[in-house]
Design a protein around this ligand. Structure first.
Ligand code: GRG
Length: 286
């Protein structure tokens, strides 16, 4: 992915305004443009580029996904949820812009994501393909995906639970957006049904690994490296794989998932960009 072009696209998708809506726009831009690894757009674009050369066509979808992800981080940091003061190396949105603006900024980002995807569909040559991509994206973000997972995550705070409960939370809260990133890249690139299924499976595998790493980083990383508070899971009595199974098993499971991911990526030709991103993700330190 061309990072500079994508950052420009994101910035232009939410231009600064000086009118009455300025406070919410400042808050949206503050969170969206203030750092972030851009893992999900990178995955979407890399999946797309296995089938299509020019990446700009998929920017509206990649930007929409990053907006949805950013809104979830803003809302997750609110006092009513995880109550975290630091995000992407800076004060969380509600600390910098106030709680009301942070709620609105999250809502605004979700809405802007919809506007981008609808506009892209209207000018597409094959609107049905755009609708399939839109359905994947918004289902992943909704009650069957990220919102459902976040609800379960809150439900299990401080509670005993089984592996299946944990799997539900990880698949929905974290893996759903990663899975749709790859699926949308495949759908819009023109991948076959079978290839889309493989991409979805890959998304589940790396989404799970990504969450297990997040558990480890929350304990063993530093605030400087992560750009967000460490020990947040313990503070909120979160149910995590690490808590259930310990460090060694968590690391071993990540290694197993890595092998599975490698096999799935290798089933595609022209997969260098995707391979690089998956490797970077699975070796991440922040
Ligand atoms: C509030 C609807 C709603 C959902 C919140 C994002 C989320 C769901 C919770 C945040 C806590 C958490 C551990 C989520 C798992 C997903 C995850 C690892 C998010 C962080 O993603 P990165 O590392 O962040 O890609 P950057 O800042 O690099 O974009």
């Amino acid at each position: 992915m061309n990072h500079e072009m994508f950052e420009n696209f994101l910035s232009e998708a939410i231009p600064e305004r000086s009118g009455y809506e300025a406070p919410v726009i400042h808050a949206m831009r503050y969170s969206l443009l203030g750092g972030g690894k851009r893992v999900r757009p990178s995955l979407m674009i890399a999946a797309y580029r296995m089938f299509e050369e020019r990446e700009e066509a998929i920017y509206p979808y990649a930007a929409a996904l990053e907006m949805i992800h950013t809104y979830s981080l803003i809302h997750d940091d609110l006092p009513a949820m995880d109550d975290d003061d630091l995000r992407r190396g800076r004060p969380s949105c509600h600390i910098a812009h106030g709680e009301a603006n942070a709620i609105l900024a999250g809502d605004g980002l979700l809405n802007q994501a919809m506007e981008l995807v609808v506009a892209a569909g209207l000018s597409a040559e094959e609107p049905k393909t755009s609708l399939r991509a839109a359905r994947s994206l918004f289902t992943a973000a909704g009650i069957q995906g990220m919102i459902g997972g976040q609800t379960a995550d809150l439900l299990f705070e401080g509670k005993e639970a089984k592996e299946n409960d944990l799997l539900f939370i990880h698949q929905k809260k974290t893996a759903a957006l990663i899975r749709t990133a790859l699926e949308v890249g495949g759908i819009l690139g023109g991948a076959s049904e079978k290839e889309c299924e493989t991409l979805k499976k890959l998304g589940e595998v790396i989404g799970y690994a990504f969450q297990l790493q997040d558990d480890l980083l929350d304990v063993f990383s530093t605030v400087e490296e992560l750009g967000k508070p460490i020990g947040s899971d313990k503070k909120n009595e979160k149910l995590t794989f690490l808590k259930l199974y310990g460090v060694e098993q968590t690391k071993e499971t990540i290694r197993d998932l890595f092998v599975q991911a490698d096999e799935l990526v290798s089933s595609f030709g022209n997969n260098e960009e995707l391979q690089t991103i998956v490797n970077e993700m699975l070796n991440r330190r922040s």
